[in-house]
Design a protein around this ligand. Structure first.
Ligand SMILES: C[S@@+](CC[C@H](N)C(=O)[O-])C[C@H]1O[C@@H](n2cnc3c(N)ncnc32)[C@H](O)[C@@H]1O
Length: 355
């Protein structure tokens, strides 16, 4: 509790005194006003000079100046909406995005086209509202291409797309413009990792910078993970992350196309295969089946669907694809929606036991 100059007045003069010190720009808003007996102790930013004391004498018949020990006021957290409320018209304010992704010290926001002229103040407000953030990126395109990347525009703060992100006790170097990464999948990374059994061999077919592979390796010291990705930048970050998380003995990063890598190096090795490439994973079900041991294993299949019954559709598509791959889907262990990626479009996951 800090000491500060104090204006002590009888309670009945409290309102008048607060208005006076506010007008004189002497009111210390960081400290709490205290009540002592029938008096109020009002915290001041400085000891009042003679001219100010004169004003107190004129306006407040009964007062005392002293030093008092004041408790601090809880700091109010200002959201980016609060900070923009006097800068943008109300019809614009209501359309400001609420969903913000935080990847380390980077905030990522989707600004609708009609707000394009207001990007800068929105970015500045986000920087101010989130003190740990040093860069605000606006999405400037959809996730696309084989590497599943999107373009970004820096709208406030430091010009960068690289950061360090922490998730479930692991640390990841990521460049959101060069290798796919989404903090929205963090519970999924953990859910899958929690199912792994000590001693398993896991093949992460579309590994990115390693959020499934590294977490699994860190949780289970006797698990081996083959982490495959076709994007050289993803593999470069994955290698760095393997080193940072000290799982070099367990995670094997492999640069290449999943189909070719499995055919050449990973046939029938896996107790578990992770297929997090929702856009086209269905085309790689045969590859996953080839990677799974001849006596069976688990497949974590991700897909996108616009269907009115997304889970049923995903189950059927996967079952048929496994059958076409000359394996059998013994049991669906789980089918659930992971998130809505666009209006009426869902990312789903199906965990299946393959024979
Ligand atoms: C949606 S991202 C998932 C990354 C990671 N699993 C995660 O959760 O952050 C899909 C990844 O698959 C990679 N990819 C796409 N096609 C591939 C292929 N044929 N073989 C291997 N990797 C591929 C992309 O480069 C991308 O990094």
């Amino acid at each position: 509790m800090p000491d500060a100059a104090c204006l002590k007045v009888p309670k009945k003069l409290g309102e008048q005194a607060i208005r006076l010190v506010t007008n004189l720009e002497l009111f210390n808003r960081e400290l709490k006003i205290q009540q002592v007996d029938n008096h109020l102790c009002i915290p001041l930013t400085a000891e009042p000079l003679a001219a100010v004391l004169k004003k107190f004498e004129i306006n407040l018949q009964d007062f005392e100046i002293s030093v008092h020990n004041f408790p601090e006021r809880e700091k109010r957290h200002f959201t980016h909406f609060d900070l923009l409320s006097d800068k943008l018209p109300p019809n614009i304010l209501t359309r400001i995005p609420r969903a913000i992704d935080f990847v380390g010290d980077i905030a990522i926001v989707e600004i609708p086209p009609e707000l394009a002229d207001h990007k800068k103040p929105i970015g500045e407000a986000l920087l101010k509202a989130h003190k740990q953030t040093s860069t605000v990126l606006a999405k400037s395109g959809a996730v696309e291409g084989v590497y599943r990347l999107r373009d970004f525009e820096v709208i406030a703060g430091v010009h960068k797309t690289v950061t360090v992100y922490r998730e479930y006790g692991c640390v990841y170097h990521v460049d959101v413009a060069k290798a796919y990464f989404s903090p929205r999948l963090s519970s999924e990374h953990n859910r899958v990792a929690s199912q792994v059994k000590e001693g398993e061999t896991v093949v992460d077919l579309f590994a990115g910078v390693g959020p499934f592979s590294i977490l699994i390796a860190k949780k289970y010291p006797a698990v081996k993970v083959y982490a495959v990705d076709v994007n050289p930048d993803a593999i470069a970050f994955l290698k760095r992350n393997v080193y940072l998380n000290r799982v070099e003995k367990q995670v094997v990063p492999i640069l290449g196309d999943a189909r070719k890598v499995v055919r050449e190096e990973l046939t029938e090795v896996a107790d578990r295969v992770i297929m997090n490439l929702p856009e086209t994973a269905i085309e790689y079900v045969d590859v996953a089946c080839d990677a799974i041991r001849s006596d069976g294993g688990i497949m974590h299949y991700y897909g996108f669907t616009k269907d009115s019954e997304p889970l049923e559709k995903a189950r059927v598509r996967l079952t048929e694809a496994v059958r076409r791959s000359n394996r059998q889907l013994k049991k669906i262990l789980l089918a659930k929606t992971v998130r809505e990626v666009a209006p009426y479009t869902w990312q789903v996951v199906v965990d299946a036991e393959i024979q």
